[in-house]
Design a protein around this ligand. Structure first.
Ligand SMILES: [Zn+2]
Length: 318
């Protein structure tokens, strides 16, 4: 069995071959950033046009590299399963994705049909990126050992995926886990989804930078904001406190709804340290009061790179 893992991100595409099931190799979890099972990882930025041609070329490159590698079977290498994780919204019923940041695909691109044309004999599996993230955390990351948990990413946006009773939750159209659009009280900020007051509109890296700049802070990135907070800048501290509080509120609501043991948070903005995490934990302590979530654990993700690709490989090798 040869597994091809594909990550259709909003800003980059990545693909790799998995030579064994993710998490099945002893020690895989200690290399959660890049499990030992993954080989021939290639990636490419999403171009402004000819998007599918660029993706197809990437897949050919990965398969070509695997065919030249004896560890992958050499000349006998043949893709039998493809796991695709795509930025959403997706529609798993039609096998299509319409990432907000890819204008050429705005009306939905039939990614499953396109990949099937390349690998007609392969079994093609398709999920939203948040579901792949949850699977990666469950197999080799911070959700190992729990039956029910939430994986989140907090970076320029906020996304997530749910594991319930040991299975990833998909939903009617495959879009379950869109935790970035949990509405949080106290802020009525317009959101990119068209609504208002979503946690992503308050607490993402981009939203926090925008708010800080409106208060007169001169920086431009989430990383700058974290550094400024660490140095004691009052606006940066207020921005991270605001983000942490909103995240803690959203997490409390999600935990009560889902009845989960653990929340794992990855993404660049989650690296902001105490100025983000202390208000987050304080908000959870205030709002998550029901007995069954009082022991809720909230951890930073141990997966530092390529979680979605790892999840796509896990999906394909289940
Ligand atoms: Zn929203």
């Amino acid at each position: 069995m040869a597994v091809l893992a594909v990550d259709i991100g909003a800003t980059k595409f990545a693909a790799a071959v998995a030579i064994s099931p993710i998490g099945a190799v002893p020690g895989d979890e200690s290399t959660a950033a890049r499990p030992a099972a993954l080989r021939h990882i290639h990636q490419v930025g999403v171009p402004p046009r000819d998007v599918w041609e660029t993706c197809r070329e990437l897949l050919r490159r990965v398969v070509g590299a695997a065919s030249a590698d004896e560890a992958c079977g050499g000349a006998d290498f043949e893709v039998t399963v493809v796991g695709i994780a795509a930025a959403g919204p997706v529609d798993v019923r039609t096998g299509s994705t319409a990432p907000l940041n890819i204008p050429e695909w705005r009306d939905g691109f039939p990614i499953v049909a396109a990949v099937r044309e390349l690998f007609p004999a392969a079994d093609i599996r398709f999920v939203i990126d948040g579901a792949a993230l949850a699977l990666a955390e469950y197999r080799v990351g911070g959700l190992r050992g729990v039956r029910s948990g939430l994986a989140m990413t907090v970076s320029s946006g906020i996304g997530g995926g749910i594991i319930s009773d040991g299975r990833v939750v998909s939903g009617r159209t495959g879009n379950a886990g869109h935790v970035g659009h949990i509405v949080v009280p106290g802020w009525d900020v317009p959101c990119a989804c068209g609504g208002a007051g979503c946690v992503e509109a308050v607490a993402s890296g981009m939203s926090s930078v925008r708010w800080a700049r409106e208060q007169g802070w001169p920086g431009t990135t989430g990383l700058d904001l974290a550094r400024a907070a660490e140095a004691g800048d009052p606006i940066a501290l207020a921005a991270l406190s605001r983000a942490g509080t909103a995240l803690g509120q959203a997490i409390s609501s999600a935990a009560a709804t889902l009845d989960i043991d653990r929340v794992v948070i990855g993404g660049g903005f989650a690296e902001s340290g105490g100025p983000l995490w202390e208000p987050l934990r304080a908000a959870v302590a205030r709002h998550a009061r029901l007995g069954f979530i009082r022991e809720l654990e909230i951890l930073k993700s141990p997966i530092t790179d390529g979680a979605t690709l790892v999840g796509a490989a896990a999906l394909a090798s289940e």
